[in-house]
Design a protein around this ligand. Structure first.
Ligand code: HEC
Ligand code: HEC
Length: 207
């Protein structure tokens, strides 16, 4: 091979590494493919999330019922929600302002840090849990999974705060504008307020 050609090839490869073609999701996947890179990102994410800890807790288990737990959440979902706050597609005055100060790499590091933390299930009364389980199996499990742990694009619900779940589900159902997602709005359309309370209680108890 000629020297020039080799150099061109080398530069092209380097450009691919430095400027990934598909933005944040590709960058996340590239890090996830390399355990050492994940470890470094998690450590950087722990530091970069020091301010977030005021509400989301040191390890992503939040201190306030209306603030979601982030521990164990799927990193691609977290990144997507950060993107939605940034673009105004998801509305929360405080989160929208805060997200603007994060660098792109920090967003990925923070998502990986929280994803690696341990979620903590809660305890709820037996009756609503049993009723909520029925709702969940019938209407939600096909997307969020049998154990409510979601996947890359679908959030984990297991162990989430019931107050936050209740509020979020109601917002999708009533299309109040803070969160718009056509799939979710039609999935939760048949739920009455008691069903929402029950399913939130059930989900909170799951590990
Ligand atoms: C003052 C409290 C507060 C602080 C500080 C805070 N958040 Fe939040 N965060 C919230 C609340 C409240 C919500 C829920 C908003 C809603 O109801 O949609 C939220 C939602 C989120 C969500 C969506 C989670 C989901 O399950 O959909 C992500 C991701 C998030 N915050 C990341 C962060 C990051 C990263 C930081 C630090 C840079 C941070 N937050 C700092 C209060 C806070
Ligand atoms: C067709 C697939 C689908 C079905 C069925 C579905 N969901 Fe979802 N759900 C999603 C998607 C996709 C999102 C992320 C939407 C977004 O970005 O706001 C989501 C988000 C959520 C959230 C927000 C989680 C968070 O951390 O903020 C809750 C709560 C939720 N779903 C509960 C339910 C419940 C309860 C049911 C059953 C009654 C259900 N979902 C049925 C696809 C589905």
């Amino acid at each position: 091979m000629k020297r020039n050609m080799r150099r061109t090839l080398g530069l092209a490869l380097l450009a691919g590494l430095v400027f990934p073609a598909y933005g944040a999701d590709a960058r996340l996947q590239a890090i996830q493919a390399d355990p050492a890179a994940v470890q470094a990102a998690v450590e950087a994410g722990r530091k970069a999330s020091f301010f977030c800890a005021n509400c989301h807790g040191d390890n992503g288990v939040s201190r306030l019922p209306e603030v979601p737990n982030l521990a164990g959440q799927n990193p691609a979902y977290l990144l997507e929600q950060i993107r939605k706050f940034g673009s105004g597609q998801r509305k929360d005055e405080f989160m929208q302002g805060l997200i603007k100060v994060l660098k792109d790499e920090e967003k990925i590091q923070i998502a990986l840090f929280y994803a690696g933390q341990q979620p903590t299930p809660g305890q709820q009364e037996a009756a609503p849990v049993a009723a909520g389980r029925q709702v969940y199996v019938k209407l939600c499990a096909r997307c969020h999974g049998d154990q409510a742990r979601g996947n890359e694009t679908i959030p984990r619900l297991a162990g989430q705060h019931p107050v936050y779940l209740n509020r979020s589900i109601t917002r999708y159902r009533d299309k109040t504008g803070e969160r718009l997602d056509p799939q979710m709005s039609s999935a939760v359309a048949p739920l009455k307020n008691e069903d929402i309370k029950a399913v939130a209680a059930y989900l909170n108890t799951l590990p």
